[in-house]
Design a protein around this ligand. Structure first.
Ligand SMILES: [Fe+2]
Length: 137
């Protein structure tokens, strides 16, 4: 089984985004730990709500950065965020109705995080770096 924890490969080089990503990974890890402990469903649902609220906050935070720099791939990036929020709601319902195990949900979130961070978020930060390097007219 994959160890859900922070890894330097997730580093995108933007201090604020990296800090928020670390907190997000900590939350996903907490879900995985609770799954191993077979925690009460009520506790897991509270934690999952925290994960979803944090994801929502973090996405708005990234989207505001994109708008501030006039990021050309804003729409497609935002759509990836929206997709995850919809999917998370669905996955949480599956867990709540005993249709999917909690550990599966933790791994789904971590897989999505790893893919999104190393591709879409990295592309965003590279674009910010290029934007900052462009001299003002
Ligand atoms: Fe993102």
């Amino acid at each position: 089984m994959i160890d859900i924890k922070w890894d330097s490969k997730f580093e995108v080089g933007h201090p604020r985004i990296d800090a928020e990503h670390r907190a997000f990974v900590d939350l996903i890890r907490a879900v995985s730990v609770e799954a191993d402990r077979n925690c009460p469903k009520e506790k897991a649902m509270r934690l999952l709500l925290e994960v979803r609220k944090y994801a929502e906050f973090h996405f708005v935070s990234e989207e505001n950065i994109m708008l501030d720099v006039g990021y050309p791939h804003y729409e497609e990036h935002r759509e990836e965020h929206e997709w995850l929020l919809r999917r998370l709601e669905h996955e949480c319902n599956l867990y709540y109705t005993d249709s999917a195990p909690l550990q599966e949900l933790a791994h789904f979130m971590f897989d999505w995080f790893a893919m999104h961070t190393t591709v879409a978020d990295k592309k965003l930060v590279d674009s910010i770096a290029a934007h900052n390097a462009t001299p003002a007219p």
